[in-house]
Design a protein around this ligand. Structure first.
Ligand code: NCD
Length: 306
Protein backbone atom coordinates (compact mmCIF):
# COMPACT_ATOMS: atom_id res chain seq x y z
CA UNK A 1 0.00 0.00 0.00
CA UNK A 2 1.24 3.46 -1.00
CA UNK A 3 0.29 5.10 2.30
CA UNK A 4 2.17 2.53 4.37
CA UNK A 5 5.25 2.48 2.18
CA UNK A 6 5.47 6.28 2.12
CA UNK A 7 4.41 6.93 5.73
CA UNK A 8 7.61 8.94 6.33
CA UNK A 9 6.85 11.00 3.22
CA UNK A 10 8.41 11.57 -0.16
CA UNK A 11 12.06 12.40 0.25
CA UNK A 12 13.80 10.90 -2.78
CA UNK A 13 12.88 9.51 -6.19
CA UNK A 14 14.83 6.41 -5.13
CA UNK A 15 11.90 5.37 -2.88
CA UNK A 16 9.82 4.63 -5.99
CA UNK A 17 9.86 1.35 -7.88
CA UNK A 18 8.07 0.95 -11.17
CA UNK A 19 4.84 -0.25 -9.53
CA UNK A 20 4.74 2.80 -7.24
CA UNK A 21 5.29 5.11 -10.21
CA UNK A 22 2.62 3.42 -12.32
CA UNK A 23 0.19 3.57 -9.39
CA UNK A 24 0.65 7.29 -8.77
CA UNK A 25 0.60 8.11 -12.51
CA UNK A 26 -2.79 6.41 -12.72
CA UNK A 27 -4.04 8.38 -9.72
CA UNK A 28 -2.63 11.59 -11.23
CA UNK A 29 -4.39 10.87 -14.48
CA UNK A 30 -7.68 10.35 -12.60
CA UNK A 31 -7.18 13.67 -10.77
CA UNK A 32 -7.06 15.46 -14.14
CA UNK A 33 -10.77 14.76 -14.36
CA UNK A 34 -11.73 15.65 -10.77
CA UNK A 35 -11.74 19.39 -10.11
CA UNK A 36 -12.92 19.48 -6.50
CA UNK A 37 -13.67 16.88 -3.84
CA UNK A 38 -13.72 16.69 -0.05
CA UNK A 39 -11.57 13.61 0.55
CA UNK A 40 -9.13 15.65 2.68
CA UNK A 41 -11.71 17.55 4.71
CA UNK A 42 -10.30 18.34 8.15
CA UNK A 43 -6.68 17.74 7.08
CA UNK A 44 -3.99 20.43 7.19
CA UNK A 45 -0.90 20.74 5.03
CA UNK A 46 1.99 22.93 6.22
CA UNK A 47 4.09 24.45 3.44
CA UNK A 48 7.47 25.49 4.81
CA UNK A 49 9.35 27.25 2.03
CA UNK A 50 12.79 28.61 2.90
CA UNK A 51 13.53 29.19 -0.81
CA UNK A 52 11.56 30.97 -3.56
CA UNK A 53 8.80 29.10 -5.38
CA UNK A 54 5.78 29.83 -7.56
CA UNK A 55 4.52 26.54 -9.00
CA UNK A 56 5.49 24.05 -6.34
CA UNK A 57 4.06 25.90 -3.35
CA UNK A 58 0.95 27.21 -5.09
CA UNK A 59 0.13 23.85 -6.68
CA UNK A 60 0.50 22.04 -3.34
CA UNK A 61 -1.72 24.63 -1.68
CA UNK A 62 -4.27 24.61 -4.49
CA UNK A 63 -4.28 20.79 -4.48
CA UNK A 64 -4.98 20.74 -0.75
CA UNK A 65 -7.86 23.25 -1.04
CA UNK A 66 -9.32 21.46 -4.06
CA UNK A 67 -9.44 18.23 -2.03
CA UNK A 68 -11.27 19.96 0.83
CA UNK A 69 -8.25 20.42 3.12
CA UNK A 70 -6.56 23.50 4.58
CA UNK A 71 -3.08 25.01 4.43
CA UNK A 72 -0.78 26.85 6.85
CA UNK A 73 2.82 27.86 6.28
CA UNK A 74 5.35 30.44 5.25
CA UNK A 75 6.94 31.45 1.97
CA UNK A 76 10.26 32.84 3.11
CA UNK A 77 12.73 32.16 5.84
CA UNK A 78 12.47 35.83 6.94
CA UNK A 79 9.10 35.34 8.63
CA UNK A 80 9.88 32.07 10.44
CA UNK A 81 11.85 31.56 13.64
CA UNK A 82 14.68 30.07 11.57
CA UNK A 83 15.55 33.73 11.08
CA UNK A 84 16.15 33.85 14.87
CA UNK A 85 18.43 30.84 14.67
CA UNK A 86 15.96 27.98 15.17
CA UNK A 87 17.05 24.66 13.66
CA UNK A 88 15.14 22.64 11.05
CA UNK A 89 14.69 19.89 13.64
CA UNK A 90 13.01 22.21 16.16
CA UNK A 91 10.86 23.79 13.44
CA UNK A 92 9.62 20.36 12.37
CA UNK A 93 9.01 19.19 15.95
CA UNK A 94 6.80 22.25 16.36
CA UNK A 95 4.91 22.29 13.06
CA UNK A 96 4.02 18.59 13.28
CA UNK A 97 1.66 19.53 16.12
CA UNK A 98 -0.25 21.84 13.79
CA UNK A 99 -0.53 19.83 10.56
CA UNK A 100 -0.98 16.34 9.07
CA UNK A 101 1.78 16.68 6.47
CA UNK A 102 4.66 19.05 5.73
CA UNK A 103 5.87 20.12 2.26
CA UNK A 104 9.28 21.70 2.70
CA UNK A 105 11.77 23.47 0.44
CA UNK A 106 15.22 24.37 1.71
CA UNK A 107 18.61 25.25 0.21
CA UNK A 108 20.37 22.44 2.10
CA UNK A 109 20.78 19.25 0.08
CA UNK A 110 19.91 16.82 2.88
CA UNK A 111 17.19 18.98 4.45
CA UNK A 112 14.14 16.84 3.64
CA UNK A 113 15.84 13.69 4.86
CA UNK A 114 16.90 15.44 8.03
CA UNK A 115 13.36 16.75 8.60
CA UNK A 116 11.87 13.27 8.16
CA UNK A 117 14.13 11.94 10.93
CA UNK A 118 12.46 14.29 13.40
CA UNK A 119 8.86 14.17 12.14
CA UNK A 120 6.00 11.90 13.09
CA UNK A 121 3.99 13.12 10.08
CA UNK A 122 4.94 12.68 6.37
CA UNK A 123 7.48 15.12 4.94
CA UNK A 124 7.28 15.98 1.25
CA UNK A 125 10.54 17.14 -0.26
CA UNK A 126 9.55 20.19 -2.32
CA UNK A 127 13.17 20.81 -3.34
CA UNK A 128 16.31 20.21 -1.28
CA UNK A 129 19.15 22.43 -2.48
CA UNK A 130 20.81 21.04 -5.57
CA UNK A 131 19.85 17.51 -4.50
CA UNK A 132 16.36 16.30 -5.37
CA UNK A 133 12.82 17.42 -6.18
CA UNK A 134 10.89 14.14 -6.44
CA UNK A 135 7.33 15.47 -6.83
CA UNK A 136 8.43 17.60 -9.79
CA UNK A 137 9.88 14.46 -11.41
CA UNK A 138 6.57 12.62 -10.84
CA UNK A 139 4.64 15.41 -12.54
CA UNK A 140 7.19 15.38 -15.35
CA UNK A 141 6.51 11.67 -15.87
CA UNK A 142 2.75 12.30 -15.77
CA UNK A 143 3.27 14.91 -18.50
CA UNK A 144 5.27 12.46 -20.64
CA UNK A 145 2.76 9.65 -20.13
CA UNK A 146 -0.25 11.84 -20.95
CA UNK A 147 1.38 13.67 -23.86
CA UNK A 148 3.26 10.77 -25.48
CA UNK A 149 1.02 7.88 -24.36
CA UNK A 150 4.00 5.93 -22.97
CA UNK A 151 7.46 6.26 -21.42
CA UNK A 152 9.21 3.03 -22.49
CA UNK A 153 11.05 3.27 -25.78
CA UNK A 154 11.17 7.09 -25.91
CA UNK A 155 14.25 9.14 -26.80
CA UNK A 156 14.45 11.75 -24.07
CA UNK A 157 16.96 14.64 -24.01
CA UNK A 158 17.63 16.49 -20.77
CA UNK A 159 19.34 19.85 -21.28
CA UNK A 160 20.98 22.56 -19.20
CA UNK A 161 22.26 22.59 -15.66
CA UNK A 162 22.56 18.88 -14.91
CA UNK A 163 25.01 19.49 -12.07
CA UNK A 164 22.85 21.68 -9.85
CA UNK A 165 19.38 21.03 -11.30
CA UNK A 166 17.49 19.01 -8.68
CA UNK A 167 14.55 18.25 -10.99
CA UNK A 168 16.99 16.55 -13.38
CA UNK A 169 18.37 14.35 -10.60
CA UNK A 170 14.97 13.10 -9.50
CA UNK A 171 13.75 12.70 -13.08
CA UNK A 172 16.80 10.62 -14.09
CA UNK A 173 16.30 8.35 -11.07
CA UNK A 174 12.59 7.82 -11.88
CA UNK A 175 13.35 7.21 -15.56
CA UNK A 176 15.78 4.45 -14.61
CA UNK A 177 12.64 2.34 -14.00
CA UNK A 178 11.79 2.59 -17.72
CA UNK A 179 13.38 1.44 -20.93
CA UNK A 180 14.02 4.92 -22.38
CA UNK A 181 17.10 6.25 -24.19
CA UNK A 182 18.43 9.22 -22.28
CA UNK A 183 20.63 12.02 -23.63
CA UNK A 184 22.22 14.35 -21.08
CA UNK A 185 23.15 17.60 -22.76
CA UNK A 186 25.13 20.26 -20.88
CA UNK A 187 28.26 22.38 -20.85
CA UNK A 188 31.08 20.12 -19.59
CA UNK A 189 31.27 22.01 -16.29
CA UNK A 190 27.58 21.38 -15.59
CA UNK A 191 27.39 17.69 -16.43
CA UNK A 192 25.58 15.13 -14.28
CA UNK A 193 27.52 14.32 -11.11
CA UNK A 194 29.12 10.89 -10.84
CA UNK A 195 26.79 9.73 -8.07
CA UNK A 196 23.80 10.05 -10.44
CA UNK A 197 25.66 8.51 -13.38
CA UNK A 198 26.71 5.59 -11.17
CA UNK A 199 23.08 5.07 -10.20
CA UNK A 200 22.06 4.97 -13.88
CA UNK A 201 24.86 2.54 -14.70
CA UNK A 202 23.89 0.27 -11.77
CA UNK A 203 20.34 0.24 -13.12
CA UNK A 204 21.45 -0.50 -16.71
CA UNK A 205 20.04 2.72 -18.12
CA UNK A 206 20.96 3.54 -21.72
CA UNK A 207 22.37 7.05 -21.69
CA UNK A 208 24.78 9.31 -23.57
CA UNK A 209 26.35 12.63 -22.60
CA UNK A 210 26.53 15.40 -25.20
CA UNK A 211 27.41 19.09 -25.29
CA UNK A 212 24.77 19.99 -27.88
CA UNK A 213 21.37 18.72 -29.04
CA UNK A 214 21.62 19.85 -32.66
CA UNK A 215 22.69 16.43 -34.01
CA UNK A 216 19.97 14.44 -32.25
CA UNK A 217 17.03 16.86 -32.29
CA UNK A 218 15.28 15.04 -35.18
CA UNK A 219 15.22 11.73 -33.30
CA UNK A 220 13.95 13.05 -29.94
CA UNK A 221 10.46 12.40 -28.55
CA UNK A 222 10.95 14.71 -25.57
CA UNK A 223 13.38 17.52 -24.79
CA UNK A 224 13.43 18.63 -21.15
CA UNK A 225 15.05 22.08 -20.94
CA UNK A 226 16.27 23.45 -17.60
CA UNK A 227 17.45 26.77 -16.23
CA UNK A 228 21.10 27.34 -15.30
CA UNK A 229 20.81 27.45 -11.49
CA UNK A 230 22.38 30.86 -10.85
CA UNK A 231 21.79 30.72 -7.09
CA UNK A 232 24.02 27.64 -6.71
CA UNK A 233 27.12 29.22 -8.28
CA UNK A 234 29.85 30.37 -5.92
CA UNK A 235 31.68 32.24 -8.68
CA UNK A 236 29.48 34.59 -10.75
CA UNK A 237 32.12 34.70 -13.51
CA UNK A 238 31.58 30.97 -13.97
CA UNK A 239 27.82 31.59 -14.22
CA UNK A 240 28.31 34.32 -16.83
CA UNK A 241 30.31 31.87 -18.97
CA UNK A 242 27.57 29.24 -19.10
CA UNK A 243 24.34 31.18 -18.62
CA UNK A 244 23.48 31.35 -22.33
CA UNK A 245 24.72 27.88 -23.29
CA UNK A 246 21.37 26.80 -24.76
CA UNK A 247 18.60 28.83 -26.33
CA UNK A 248 15.84 26.77 -27.94
CA UNK A 249 14.38 28.54 -31.00
CA UNK A 250 11.54 28.11 -33.49
CA UNK A 251 14.17 26.86 -35.97
CA UNK A 252 15.03 24.05 -33.56
CA UNK A 253 11.34 23.23 -33.16
CA UNK A 254 10.89 22.96 -36.91
CA UNK A 255 13.43 20.13 -37.08
CA UNK A 256 11.56 18.00 -34.54
CA UNK A 257 9.18 15.06 -35.10
CA UNK A 258 5.45 15.69 -35.48
CA UNK A 259 4.85 14.12 -32.03
CA UNK A 260 7.76 15.91 -30.28
CA UNK A 261 7.19 17.52 -26.85
CA UNK A 262 9.27 20.35 -25.34
CA UNK A 263 9.15 20.40 -21.54
CA UNK A 264 10.62 22.64 -18.81
CA UNK A 265 10.06 22.56 -15.01
CA UNK A 266 10.04 26.40 -15.13
CA UNK A 267 10.95 29.13 -14.30
CA UNK A 268 12.39 29.85 -17.73
CA UNK A 269 14.97 32.58 -18.08
CA UNK A 270 16.45 32.69 -21.61
CA UNK A 271 16.70 29.01 -22.51
CA UNK A 272 13.50 28.85 -24.58
CA UNK A 273 12.66 31.77 -26.86
CA UNK A 274 9.16 33.14 -26.13
CA UNK A 275 8.28 32.75 -29.85
CA UNK A 276 8.28 28.95 -29.27
CA UNK A 277 5.37 29.24 -26.78
CA UNK A 278 2.64 29.55 -29.41
CA UNK A 279 3.38 26.08 -30.83
CA UNK A 280 1.16 24.56 -28.19
CA UNK A 281 1.04 21.03 -29.62
CA UNK A 282 4.79 20.72 -29.02
CA UNK A 283 5.61 23.36 -26.38
CA UNK A 284 3.89 21.78 -23.36
CA UNK A 285 5.70 23.49 -20.47
CA UNK A 286 2.70 25.52 -19.32
CA UNK A 287 0.42 22.51 -19.66
CA UNK A 288 3.01 20.69 -17.52
CA UNK A 289 2.17 23.04 -14.61
CA UNK A 290 -1.44 21.77 -14.79
CA UNK A 291 -0.24 18.18 -14.63
CA UNK A 292 1.63 19.36 -11.52
CA UNK A 293 -1.61 20.21 -9.77
CA UNK A 294 -3.09 16.80 -10.64
CA UNK A 295 0.01 14.94 -9.45
CA UNK A 296 0.10 16.86 -6.16
CA UNK A 297 -3.60 16.16 -5.61
CA UNK A 298 -2.89 12.47 -6.17
CA UNK A 299 0.08 12.46 -3.79
CA UNK A 300 -1.71 14.33 -1.01
CA UNK A 301 -4.81 12.15 -1.34
CA UNK A 302 -2.79 8.92 -1.20
CA UNK A 303 -0.66 10.07 1.73
CA UNK A 304 -3.45 11.58 3.82
CA UNK A 305 -6.78 9.94 3.05
CA UNK A 306 -8.21 7.93 5.98
C1 NCD B 1 12.50 24.03 -10.21
C2 NCD B 1 13.14 24.00 -8.85
O1 NCD B 1 12.76 24.75 -7.94
O2 NCD B 1 14.02 23.18 -8.69
N1 NCD B 1 11.29 24.71 -10.26
C3 NCD B 1 10.15 24.04 -9.94
O3 NCD B 1 9.97 23.53 -8.86
N2 NCD B 1 9.23 23.94 -10.91
C4 NCD B 1 13.41 24.39 -11.30
C5 NCD B 1 14.26 25.63 -11.22
O4 NCD B 1 14.19 26.39 -10.25
O5 NCD B 1 15.00 25.86 -12.17
Amino acid sequence: MFKEKFHEGIISAKQFDRDDIEFILKKGSEMLKIKNSNVLEGKILATLFFEPSTRTRLSFESAMYRLGGNVIGFQTEDVSSVKKGESIADTIRTVENYADCIAMRNSLEGSAKLASRFAKIPIINAGSGSGEHPTQALLDLLTIKEECGKIDGLNIGIVGDLKYGRTVHSLSILLSNYDANLYFISPRDLSLRNRYKDYLIENQVKFKELVNYRNIIESLDVLYMTRIQKERFVDMEEYEKVKSSFIFTEDDLEKTKETFKLMHPLPRVTEIEPSVDKHKDKAVYFKQTGYGLAMRKALLAELLMD
